[in-house]
Design a protein around this ligand. Structure first.
Ligand code: SF4
Length: 289
């Protein structure tokens, strides 16, 4: 029968990341010196590729040294303080924030401006060190409560009504767990009913059912993502739940030829931060072993 290798058709960059990288490449293609504020994507190989094209990664602390200069904001978005700092140092921002994230930032800011601080609070479900969550938190002058574990509500004031939002790349199942736990606070009479805004991106919501089907229809899965991608870790773990012969790799050297049998149906998938070209590279390599 022989071995087959297939790339997951639903894998590849999400639309926001794809657009931000296109913007960066367009500017670099014109020979302009462009800086990127933080890595464009949580993927080492893609970061290397962009750096070879001339993209220099900086932090906002470097603004005084590089200004006046052009700096690209990645899809995750930034807090208002970044825009203020850029203006103060003559930095021209090329804002490649994903429009969905931008819209979410605006919603959170408007809610914060209308908030009754005595009796209401904003809760953001997200990773506290994730750039998108830092950008969302910035819309509330740092006052929103960030919850990263649905089982830990210690930061949430049980006496205040909750307005709940989410980083766009969080796990929908975990979000619903958090929603349920906040609801328990209501039932125990310690809080008023939370107002839940599930702001997880539809691209993320579709990923898990698609990945489940892909994992179940292959004998072995090679899941490709950057080592620091939280979305990558979550999707890989989900993949392994449905196919125990799943392997998480960050580069070709991580692949062990002993993982594959002669007649295996091999599936290659990746996170929303994994470029399709990287999946193609893995496929080519697998064809040689
Ligand atoms: S996951 Fe969705 S909202 Fe987040 S950057 Fe990608 S496309 Fe935008």
């Amino acid at each position: 029968m022989g071995r087959t290798i297939e790339i997951d058709a639903s894998a590849g960059f999400c639309f926001g990341v794809e657009k931000a990288i296109e913007t960066a490449e367009e500017k670099l293609g014109k020979g302009e010196q462009v800086y990127g504020l933080g890595e464009m994507v949580h993927n080492e190989e893609e970061v290397d590729r962009l750096s070879q094209k001339g993209l220099k990664v900086v932090t906002a602390d470097a603004f005084p040294e590089i200004g006046p200069a052009k700096v690209i904001l990645r899809a995750h978005g930034e807090p208002p303080s970044t825009y203020e700092k850029a203006a103060a140092h003559g930095i021209e921002l090329i804002d490649a924030t994903c429009p969905i994230v931008k819209n979410l930032q605006n919603k959170i800011r408007k809610r914060y401006e209308a908030l009754d601080h005595e009796g209401e609070q904003i809760v953001i479900f997200g990773k506290d060190d994730h750039p998108e969550t830092i950008g969302l938190l910035g819309q509330t002058e740092g006052k929103a409560v960030v919850v990263s574990d649905p089982g830990d509500l210690s930061g949430v004031d049980p006496g205040k009504r909750v307005y709940l939002y989410s980083q766009t790349t969080m796990d929908p199942d975990q979000f619903f767990r958090l929603e349920k736990n906040l609801g328990e606070q209501v039932r125990s009479g310690r809080n008023t009913k939370p107002v839940s805004n599930c702001s997880i991106c539809n691209q993320m919501k579709r990923r898990k059912p698609n990945l489940r089907e892909f994992a179940l229809s292959h004998d072995v899965i090679i899941f490709v993502s950057g080592s620091s991608s939280s979305n990558g870790r979550m999707l890989y773990e989900y993949c392994r739940l449905h196919n125990e012969r799943s392997h998480w790799i960050h580069r070709l050297e991580d692949i062990d030829p002993g993982w594959f049998g002669a007649d295996d149906r091999i599936g290659i998938s990746g996170a929303t931060s994994t470029p399709v070209w990287q999946l193609g590279k893995v496929r080519k390599y697998l064809e040689t072993i």
